[in-house]
Design a protein around this ligand. Structure first.
Ligand code: PLP
Length: 386
């Protein structure tokens, strides 16, 4: 009856079963897997959503690429990060996840493959599989900071590879793609006929400046490149469902990609009119909205580092940006057993490294978004059991 690509194993795993049992039992779990900024006690301006009530939204004028004023605002925002500020190069989508789906439709036939970083965001397997596309991992390596190796990417390319996915900063490692890496990768992709999909949703959340960081990849480089962003992270508003694709690269490829993407977008017309009309006002408040989130994640990261200074068998991996920290812990028990025990005995929920496909054990991934008192208490309990 059902397609093979939806043939997931939907049985609850040990962690989700235990979590559900804890919830039923009324336990107060300290949840360091929480990455939803609207659920961690961050105050949003009460008048923020007023532009969604603009009576102009009572009229529906379908625009497959997105309404011009919204695309102009997004293009300006992309310019700030080094992409070409041309609204004609922007396509709006309802989420970055949807943008991935559209790009995989644009670039891949069933059975083709996209290269994805490892470790990284676990949704790629789902997003690709739903388009009947395979993912092939290329490793990020760590030696005090994270690196991306051109050779490793080149080795992962097969005749079915159509695109290279970059995440900068990456979730959960927080590592940015550097200028040198970006130049080499764009040249490699141009030479091998691959497109680049550059997920820049966390780009504004750097803990410190670093001149080595690559600007947005949707510039005028040699390869067809798509840069992804959205209100979900850039304004901390995942519920508004507005994201974008900025297209860069050689003009002929860019033009063809945009024409085809327009048909994909026209097939769904998924972005609501109110959010498109509100986009200029919302993005104008970007700094005001990012500030509390950036301060929250910085404060929690500082607290974690301070707590580890006291001496611990755990260490926090170097992190440049984003909303997570990776804690390396002794591999004296499996990640799975450790996270189960933390939840079962200490009411602390964290993600195991394997969830993000770390090459080895043992890592715990901590969201830096929770309220500081909760975060500190959870960290104390985690370090207490090591
Ligand atoms: C790296 C990365 N890209 C994209 C997304 C999804 O964003 P959206 O809410 O726009 O689908 C996430 C969500 O956590 C993410 O971590």
């Amino acid at each position: 009856m059902f397609s093979a690509r939806t043939g997931w194993n939907l049985a609850a795993n040990r962690l989700s079963s235990l979590r559900a049992a804890k919830r039923r039992g009324g336990a107060r779990v300290l949840d360091l897997t929480e990455t939803n900024p609207t659920r961690v006690g961050i105050a949003y301006p009460p008048d923020l959503l007023a532009p969604l009530a603009d009576p102009g939204s009572l009229r529906y004028e379908p625009a497959p690429r997105g309404l011009e004023p919204a695309r102009r605002t997004v293009a300006e925002d992309c310019r700030r990060r080094g992409a070409a500020a041309d609204p004609a190069r922007i396509i709006l989508a309802s989420s970055t996840s949807e943008a991935y789906a559209w790009l995989f439709k644009l670039l891949c036939d069933p059975g083709d493959a996209v290269l994805v970083p490892r470790p990284s965001y676990p949704l790629f397997d789902y997003l690709a599989r739903l388009e009947s596309v395979d993912t092939s991992p290329y490793p990020l390596s760590y030696d005090g900071e994270w690196h991306l190796s051109l050779e490793a990417v080149a080795r992962a390319i097969t005749p079915r590879t159509r695109a290279l996915v970059l995440v900068s900063p990456n979730n959960p490692t927080g590592s940015y793609v550097k200028r040198v890496e970006a130049e080499q990768l764009l040249a490699l992709c141009a030479e091998r006929g691959l497109a680049v999909v550059s997920d820049e949703v966390f780009a504004d959340y750097a803990f410190a400046p670093d001149p080595r960081r690559a600007p947005s990849l949707a510039g005028d480089g040699p390869a067809l490149a798509f840069s992804l962003g959205g209100l979900s992270k850039s304004c901390g508003l995942p519920q508004l469902k507005l994201a974008w694709i900025a297209v860069g690269g050689p003009e002929s490829l860019r033009r063809a990609a945009l024409e085809r993407l327009e048909v994909v977008a026209d097939t769904y017309l998924s972005v609501s009119t109110p959010v498109q009309r509100a986009a200029p006002a919302l993005l104008a408040r970007r700094s005001e909205l990012q500030g509390p989130i950036a301060r929250r994640v910085s404060a929690n990261l500082d607290a974690l580092r301070r707590r580890l200074q006291g001496g611990s068998s755990a260490s926090v991996l170097q992190v440049e940006g984003g909303w997570s920290a990776v804690l390396q812990v002794p591999a004296t028990e499996s990640e799975e057993d450790r996270v189960i025990r933390l939840l079962e005995e200490h009411d602390v929920l964290v993600h195991p490294g394997y969830f993000f496909d770390f090459a080895g054990e043992a890592y715990l991934v901590l969201s830096l978004l929770p309220p500081p008192a909760e975060f500190a208490q959870a960290v104390d309990r985690i370090l207490g059991v090591l």
